[in-house]
Design a protein around this ligand. Structure first.
Ligand SMILES: Cc1ncc(COP(=O)(O)O)c(C=O)c1O
Length: 393
C-alpha cells in the first residue's frame, strides 16, 4: 500500500515541480458570462457556453416543468427500462437538425466517441486519426481492437498515402474533429469525403465544437459543406453550445443507430441521462432555431475580440471559429499570463505541452453569444495591460 502511495506522491510532486499541477476551481454560482469562481466574480472567457444558454431563464423554466412530469431519472440503463419519450424526442430533433436519419443519445460525447471507435471496428480494420483529434477519439481508438494510424493535422496527402497503404484492411475508418478544439480550425471535409469515396472508407466526424456553432443555423461541419449525406457517423455534445449541461449523441443512417443500440457498450452498460438534462437539450435546440440572432451575436463577438487582440499585437492562430488561440509560445509566460488574467477577473484557459505541441503554448479564449461589448472591452483592456507589463506585445 505504501509503495502505491509513494508512486502517486512522486508523480504529483513531479507535476508540481513542472508547474503542471491543476487546481480545481469551485463555481459558486450558475455558469454565465460572469460567474463566481473561488469566491470572486470572474468574466468567463474560457468555457464552451457558445450560445450563452447554460443559465437561460426560458430553458430553466422548461426544466422545472419537466422534473414534475418525468422525475429525477430512470434508475436503470436504456437497454433495461428503455428511455423516456423526451429522450426519443431529442434524438429525433438532433437527427433532423444535423440532417441525419436518426440519432442515439449517450451520457457524453466522450462515450459516444468510444462507442463509435469500438462498436464498428475489429482487428481486421484500420482507424486513421488526425494527430490533433480530441482525447476521447484517441482513447476510443486505443480501446478498439483495430490498428490505429495517426496522420499529420488536416494533411489530406498523408491521409491518402495511408488509405492506399491500408487498402487490404477490411474497413478503413477516417476519424476527425469537425472543429479542432485547440486551434479552432475546421476539417477539410470535401477533400476527406472524396478520399473516403475513392478508398471505400468510413467517415466519422466529431462535431463537439461545431454543433450549434458552425454551418448554416449552427447545423455543424457536414452542413457547412453540404455533405450531410457523406458523413457516416456524426458525433456531437450537449455539453457545449446546445445547453451546456451534459450528454452526447451519434447521428447517422438508421442502420448505424440500430447497430449502436445493439453493440455500443458505452450505450448499453451505463445509466440513462436524467430527463432534466434532456430537457436542456430540447429547449436549447428549439431556442437556437427560433432565435437565429444568437448565432449571429456569437460570430460578431468572435470577430470583435479576435480583431481587438490582433490590433493589440497578439498573435492569433488563424482560427475559423469562436475559439481564439492567443499564441504565447513559451510555457512559463503562458501560465503566468493565464494566472494574471484570472487575478484581474478574466477566466481563460492556458494550454501548454503536452496538451498542445511544444512551443505552441497559448491562452484559449472562447466566446459566447451572451458576452456584451463591455465584457469584451474589459477583457481587451486586461490583455493590453498585462501584455505590455510582460513584454508580450
Ligand atoms: C472535440 C471534442 N470531442 C468530444 C468531447 C467530449 O465531450 P463531452 O463533454 O460531451 O464528453 C470534447 C470535450 O471537450 C471535445 O472537445
Amino acid at each position: 500500500m505504501s509503495e502505491f502511495l509513494d508512486l502517486i506522491d512522486e508523480q504529483i510532486e513531479q507535476l508540481k515541480n513542472d508547474n503542471k499541477y491543476a487546481e480545481r476551481k469551485i463555481l459558486g454560482s450558475a455558469q454565465d458570462t460572469w460567474a463566481e469562481l473561488d469566491g470572486k466574480k470572474k468574466l468567463i472567457l474560457g468555457c464552451t457556453n457558445y450560445l450563452g444558454l447554460a443559465n437561460d431563464p426560458d430553458i430553466k423554466q422548461y426544466v422545472k416543468e419537466i422534473i414534475d412530469s418525468f422525475g429525477c431519472g430512470t434508475s436503470s440503463g436504456p437497454r433495461i427500462i428503455g428511455v423516456t419519450s423526451l429522450h426519443r424526442q431529442l434524438e429525433q430533433d438532433l437527427a433532423k437538425f444535423t440532417g441525419q436519419e436518426d440519432a442515439l443519445l449517450f451520457n457524453s460525447a466522450f462515450l459516444a466517441n468510444v462507442a463509435a471507435m469500438t462498436a464498428f471496428t475489429g482487428k481486421e480494420d484500420i482507424i486513421l486519426s488526425d494527430e490533433l483529434n480530441h482525447a476521447s477519439i484517441v482513447d476510443g481508438a486505443r480501446l478498439s481492437s483495430a490498428r490505429v494510424q495517426v496522420y499529420p493535422h488536416c494533411d489530406m496527402k498523408a491521409l491518402e498515402n495511408y488509405l492506399h497503404q491500408y487498402q487490404d484492411c477490411r474497413q478503413r475508418m477516417i476519424v476527425s474533429d469537425g472543429v479542432f478544439s485547440m486551434d479552432g480550425d475546421i476539417v477539410p471535409l470535401p477533400d476527406m469525403v472524396e478520399l473516403a469515396k475513392k478508398y471505400h472508407a468510413v467517415v466519422v466526424i466529431d462535431d463537439a465544437h461545431a454543433t450549434g456553432v458552425v454551418g448554416p443555423g449552427g447545423k455543424g461541419t457536414p452542413a457547412l459543406f453540404n455533405l450531410e449525406n457523406e458523413v457516416d457517423i456524426l458525433v456531437g455534445t450537449l455539453g457545449k453550445a446546445i445547453g451546456g449541461a451534459a450528454g452526447g449523441f451519434i447521428a447517422g443512417k438508421q442502420q448505424v443507430i440500430d447497430y449502436l443500440f445493439q453493440f455500443g457498450r458505452p450505450y448499453r452498460f451505463t445509466n440513462t441521462l436524467p430527463p432534466t438534462v434532456i430537457a436542456v437539450g430540447i429547449a436549447s435546440l428549439r431556442k437556437l432555431q427560433e432565435s437565429p440572432k444568437i448565432l449571429e451575436q456569437l460570430w460578431e463577438n468572435a470577430h470583435y475580440l479576435k480583431s481587438g487582440l490582433s490590433k493589440l499585437g497578439y498573435q492569433i492562430h488563424p482560427s475559423q471559429t469562436p475559439i481564439v488561440p492567443v499564441m504565447i509560445h513559451d510555457d512559463t509566460a503562458c501560465l503566468k499570463l493565464g494566472q494574471q488574467l484570472y487575478e484581474e477577473g478574466v477566466f481563460v484557459q492556458p494550454y501548454i505541452y503536452p496538451v498542445v505541441p511544444r512551443g505552441t503554448a497559448r491562452i484559449r479564449v472562447i466566446l459566447s453569444a451572451a458576452h456584451t461589448r463591455e465584457d469584451l472591452d474589459y477583457a481587451l483592456s486586461a490583455f493590453e495591460r498585462l501584455g505590455r507589463a510582460n513584454g508580450l506585445i
